[in-house]
Write a protein that binds this ligand. Structure first.
Ligand SMILES: Cc1cc2nc3c(=O)[nH]c(=O)nc-3n(C[C@H](O)[C@H](O)[C@H](O)COP(=O)(O)O)c2cc1C
Length: 212
C-alpha cells in the first residue's frame, strides 16, 4: 500500500458561517488574504490560475495575486505566454488560493480582461530591475536550447538598456478577473467542512451553503 494513503489531518482551526461574511464575498476573500499575510505564511498571494486551451483542455499554473478588491483579482504575466494565448481565445478563468496553515481555500470563477495600460506601466515601473530585464529576455512558455542561451539573452538586454530605465514590454501586462462566483472553504473535523458559495445575481450575491 502506498504510504501517502495513510496521511491524514483533521482540520480544527476555524469555522465559517454566513454571519462571518461582512460586506461582499470579495471583502471576505480580501480579509482571508490579509490574515494569510499577517500570519507570515510563505508566498501568501500565490494562487493557482486555471485556463483552457483551444481544444478545451484545462491548464493550470501558479501566479502571484497583485490585487484583490471589489473590482476583482489582478495578476501580471507575459501576454504571449501559453496562459496569455489561452486567455485571448477564451477570456475566462478559475483561480484557487489555499492556505494550509489556516485550513482555508477560496475558489473564484469568472471572465477575465486585460488590465489598463496605466496600471500595467505603474506596476512594471515598480518591479526590481532584474525582473524588468527578465521580462524582456524571456519569451515565456517557448522552448530554449539551454540555460546559457537564456542568460545570454538577459545579458544582451542589459547591454541594450544600459543605465537607462526599462520600459514595459508591449507583450507584458496584467489581467483582471471579475468573479461571478466565489467559494469560501474552511476545513472542519471529519471532512465535514464549511463551504459557502457566493454567486452574483441581480447586482447582489446569492449565498448557499454546500455539502462538503
Ligand atoms: C510561487 C510562484 C509564483 C509565480 N508567479 C508568477 C506570476 O506572477 N506571473 C507569471 O507569469 N508566472 C508566475 N509563476 C510561473 C508560472 O507558474 C508559470 O510557470 C509561467 O507563468 C508559465 O505559465 P504558462 O506557460 O502556462 O503561461 C509563478 C510560479 C510560482 C511557483
Amino acid at each position: 500500500m502506498d504510504p501517502i494513503e495513510h496521511l491524514r489531518q483533521d482540520y480544527r482551526s476555524g469555522t465559517l458561517d454566513t454571519e462571518d461574511l461582512a460586506g461582499t464575498p470579495l471583502h471576505t476573500a480580501r480579509r482571508w488574504l490579509d490574515e494569510a499575510v499577517a500570519a507570515g505564511l510563505p508566498e501568501p498571494t500565490a494562487v493557482t490560475l486555471a485556463t483552457v486551451d483551444e481544444d478545451g483542455l484545462p491548464d493550470a499554473r501558479v501566479v502571484l495575486l497583485r490585487g484583490l478588491d471589489d473590482d476583482g483579482l489582478v495578476w501580471f504575466t507575459n501576454r504571449s505566454s501559453a496562459k496569455g494565448a489561452q486567455l485571448a481565445a477564451t477570456p475566462t478563468a478559475a483561480v484557487v488560493a489555499y492556505w494550509p496553515a489556516l485550513e482555508r481555500q477560496i475558489r473564484f470563477r469568472g471572465p477575465v480582461e486585460l488590465l489598463e495600460d496605466a496600471a500595467c506601466d505603474a506596476y512594471f515601473a515598480a518591479r526590481p530591475r532584474g525582473s524588468q530585464l527578465g521580462a524582456w529576455a524571456s519569451q515565456q512558455s517557448r522552448p530554449v536550447p539551454d540555460r546559457a542561451a537564456l542568460e545570454a539573452r538577459v545579458e544582451e538586454v542589459a547591454v541594450r538598456f544600459g543605465d537607462g530605465s526599462v520600459p514595459r514590454p508591449p507583450y507584458w501586462g496584467g489581467y483582471r478577473m471579475t468573479p461571478r462566483q466565489v467559494e469560501l472553504w474552511q476545513g472542519r473535523p471529519s471532512r465535514l467542512h464549511d463551504r459557502l458559495r457566493c454567486t452574483r445575481q441581480d447586482g447582489g450575491w446569492v449565498i448557499q451553503r454546500l455539502q462538503p
